[in-house]
Design a protein around this ligand. Sequence first.
Ligand SMILES: [Zn+2]
Length: 60
Amino acid sequence: MHLHGDILENYAARELAPNTLAEIDAHVSNCLFCAHTLAAETAASASWERRGLLGRLVRD
Ligand SMILES: [Zn+2]
């Protein structure tokens, strides 16, 4: 099963059971579709974090 939705978000945040993370690690390393999906998700997460940091800087 490919990564999508909550599973994708939780995997990107590493907030899953260790055995589930290991299973997905194995899948992603063999699945170009999921590797691309995960790269897009983590890039989006990083940009959200930067926006959050910027928001804090602006408030300060
Ligand atoms: Zn996949």
